[in-house]
Design a protein around this ligand. Sequence first.
Ligand code: FES
Ligand SMILES: [Fe+2]
Length: 392
Amino acid sequence: MRIEEQQRLLGILRHGFDHAGEVHGTGIAQSPLADFTCPKLLAAERQTFFRDTPLFMGLSGDLPKPGRYWADSETGLSILMTRDEAGAFRAFANTCRHRGAQVVPDGRGKRLRFSCPFHAWTYGSDGALIAINREQRFGAVDKRAFGLIELPAVERHGMLWVKPTPGGEIDVDAMLDGLEDDMAHWGLAEHSYGASQIIEAPLNWKLAIDTFGENYHFDTLHRETLASDIRGNLQTHDIFGRNYRMVFALVHGFEEQAKSASNLNEWPFRSMTLCVYFVYPNTIFLVDGNAVDVIRIFPDKDTPGRSRTAHSFYVMPGAKADYAGHRYEERFDSFNAVVRDEDYHVAASMQRSANAGIQSHVLFGRNEPALLHYHNVHRAALGRPLLEVASA
Ligand code: FES
Ligand SMILES: [Fe+2]
């Protein structure tokens, strides 16, 4: 993010810190609860968003050196990501060309050879089929034609992108659609991998995304947790194509800065704000003063009312001692106390309302414009009618 842009955002937050924060939407929109319960819609979403669309998977720090790998099945297709011997980021369908078994169990590690657990066909980090166990007994196979099936994969601005379908290319600039400056600015390639967790929750994947879409709820749902750290009802809103950026003000960082320096030029943007990005179609990306979080949200199999949140965080170079000391569990504890135990807990009750079918719609207010954006970019991709602002 350019310095001028940081100052523009700080100016908005400073004004809102002293006055009531502005609202950005033009009216109220109605959103049907059937979007969270319909198996047919989920089948279309799985294909469009989790097979046909390039996905932001993680950061360069997931694969810091040649020989590192990461196998991940959250999209529904098992994907093997590697940094090959030449240092290139590669992605493959993690499925054996012999009989289709998953070659590498989900997880991370360091290995340049991958041996399938079923009959021990062996592949390299570049996907090449290197060896067939007892080849003479099996029969002649042209190994060059039976490497792992490669998937489009691009590393840019320290971000790792994969399209879970073979063929075609990934245009990262088109996916970021104006966020390139921000991503280049954060120095993501220099962040080191911290840890990962999965949160399984009884709520639709879009409901999980929605919980990151407004801070109208901070002073109520999070009054005992996040509200003491982040100012509620105050945020900036910017749209970048299908993506979205909100910036929140940290309660203490802002007050301290306002006292010590009146000139915005001197304000350390990153240590006084939390940036929340929605990166189309399913990722929430958080930037704070010490680390960044990649939060990828997926449907759980074919169940509209269940989701899986794959959360990894990455530590900024020169981060505070807390992170240099690798106190990762504490970071997850505080994240889970807010997101899992408060946001997802209440969103699970919204899923139960949707399942009960008593109420047909819910409302997105003028102060919740990101929700309207998220739902409409998903609707547009599926050729569905957009939600309209119903009243001022
Ligand atoms: S299925 Fe992998 S070696 Fe047989
Ligand atoms: Fe929340």
